[in-house]
Design a protein around this ligand. Structure first.
Ligand SMILES: O=C(O)c1ccccc1NCC(=O)[C@H](O)[C@H](O)COP(=O)(O)O
Length: 227
């Protein structure tokens, strides 16, 4: 497995293809850590069978690059960094701190910036995790065979305070598959194991789950329901 496809391979081969997210708070400031350390949460996710981890380092959600360092060193699982990543320097930092994949938000980047950042991520051994919300963005994803393409069910312009629309993932799946990506992912707003199972049954290869797992009374039970 090359470093650039470690994240994708791990997700594709996992019995529970969930990317479990660590983020300190919601977009409107509600605490999600509940007194726990980020490392303890990462270890709990790993023990419950999560395939990969995601860390939100963006300040809206209370994150920092230190959080990435902490989570990446807590377990051996591949880690995605979620932030507004727009410069090559951020890619170098992501790699240095232990990330395997980096969020590139199609809505926030011009087509040429997305192409440049995807190419640079791959050359640094990082999987581009390209987040999309419509067909136009999907058609413009560069290097689809080497990227995760994630449909975001929420709207980042609203700091993801909307409830999320899982129908978006179902509607856009054929277009995502048509790109040739091996790894379509549905991200955000997944609240129950029943919803998660329906997205996997529909053909998603992976799911990104944050708030619900951070609030779950029993992460083991939540993820176990998908096996
Ligand atoms: O989506 C983005 O562009 C983004 C950029 C910078 C920081 C966070 C960003 N998105 C937030 C998230 O990715 C969600 O935390 C994640 O998808 C989990 O969603 P949820 O399960 O609804 O908490």
């Amino acid at each position: 497995m090359t470093t650039a496809n470690r994240f994708t391979r791990t997700l594709l081969e996992a019995p529970t293809p969930v990317i479990a997210e660590v983020k300190p708070r919601t977009g409107d400031g509600n605490d999600l850590l509940r007194g726990r350390s980020a490392a303890a949460i990462a270890l709990e996710y790993a023990a419950a069978g999560a395939a990969c981890l995601s860390v939100v380092t963006g300040r809206w959600f209370g994150g920092s690059v230190d959080l990435l360092r902490t989570v990446a060193s807590a377990t051996g699982l591949p880690v995605l960094q979620k932030d507004f990543i727009i410069r090559e320097k951020q890619l170098e930092t992501a790699r240095a701190l232990g990330a395997s994949a980096v969020l590139l938000t199609a809505r926030l980047l011009t087509a040429s910036s997305l192409r440049r950042m995807s190419g640079q991520a791959l050359s640094l051994g990082l999987t581009p995790f390209v987040e999309v919300t419509d067909e136009e963005e999907i058609d413009a994803v560069p290097h689809p065979q080497d990227s995760v393409i994630a449909v975001n069910n929420k709207n980042i312009e609203q700091r993801e305070l909307d409830a999320g629309e899982l129908g978006r993932s179902l509607r856009l799946l054929p277009a995502v598959r048509a790109t040739g990506t091996p790894c379509p992912v549905s991200a955000s707003g997944i609240d129950t194991p029943v919803q998660a199972a329906a997205l996997l049954d529909a053909g998603y290869a992976g799911l990104l789950v944050g708030t619900t797992l951070l609030r779950a009374a029993n992460v083991d039970e939540w993820l176990g329901a998908l096996r």
